[in-house]
Ligand binder design. Structure first.
Ligand SMILES: C[S@@+](CC[C@H](N)C(=O)[O-])C[C@H]1O[C@@H](n2cnc3c(N)ncnc32)[C@H](O)[C@@H]1O
Length: 254
């Protein structure tokens, strides 16, 4: 199962909740050249572009399925392209705004990745990103626990994914080291209320579970069953309150 736009959209409100906090950190100027890394289905890319007068916005994503949904959000000045964040980080022209919403936690080695991305911000330009930092929540720790147990460990060929997200202080330090000013880095809880823990499992299915379900194919439902069962033991009753933690990072190149 690669990225599934329909599964992802089931929780659109919860997934786009941090957008306003992140967008509020973007300094609106005329004619910005901007890029949205991991633009997904493109709604938020377009929403941001519509707030930046006469900007040119490039939405980049490495999932053809997500980009197919993004296509209708293209307009004059807003385009979408298939491409990886890693290739973008390898170098090229600079931008007035490097933006990313809920994507960079999919890419490893942040001590190396972030300086490379920051290098693509031009003088006076901004770097503004948001990433989940929820990896210590039981809903995510259980995914790793189950992946390490049989028969899943064998079915997954030993695959386990650990979050590459660093403590928030480290991002502030990386921005400072790259010569950034007006550094803003904070963590915020975006609460979710689900009828039962199965709702949390369904939310996780559209994000953290994607690489596991992709590898498991038809055996994915066995993993989901084990996950739902285990989650019920930890998140009882109804409703279930899920504290979803995210990091927001912004800075301006001096
Ligand atoms: C959680 S979605 C976020 C989409 C959108 N930014 C939003 O907030 O709705 C993560 C997106 O990152 C993309 N992605 C993951 N790894 C990537 C990579 N290495 N390069 C480019 N895109 C990537 C996925 O295809 C997916 O569309």
């Amino acid at each position: 199962m690669p990225w599934n736009p329909d599964q992802y959209h089931k929780f659109q409100a919860a997934r786009s909740a941090p957008f306003e906090d992140v967008a509020a950190l973007v300094t609106v100027r005329d004619g910005l050249r901007a890029v949205d890394l991991g633009c997904g289905t493109g709604e938020l890319t377009r929403k941001l572009a519509d707030r930046l007068p006469r900007c040119t916005m490039l939405g980049l994503d490495n999932s053809p399925e997500m980009l197919a949904k993004a296509a209708p959000h293209a307009r004059d000045g807003v385009r979408f392209e298939l491409g990886s964040v890693e290739d973008f980080a390898a170098g090229g022209e600079t931008y007035d705004l490097v933006f990313s919403h809920a994507t960079l936690h999919w890419i490893p080695n942040h001590p190396q990745l972030f300086p490379a991305l920051l290098a693509r911000v031009r003088a006076g330009g901004q770097f503004v990103v948001q990433m989940p930092s929820n990896f210590n929540h039981i809903a995510q720790r259980l995914v790793v626990d189950i992946a390490l147990e049989e028969p899943f460990h064998t079915w997954l060929g030993g695959f386990v994914r650990y979050s590459p997200v660093l403590p928030i202080d480290d991002y502030a330090a990386l921005l400072f080291a790259a010569g950034f000013e007006n550094i803003t880095v904070f963590e915020k809880i975006y609460p979710q209320v689900h009828e039962t823990s199965d709702g949390v499992a369904e939310f996780t299915k559209g994000s953290v579970l994607v690489p596991y379900l992709e590898r498991l194919g038809e055996r994915g439902e066995d993993f989901m069953q084990a996950y739902r069962q285990r989650l019920r033991n930890h998140m009882h009753g109804s409703p279930v309150f899920y504290t979803f933690r995210r990091i927001i990072i912004a800075g301006t190149r001096g």
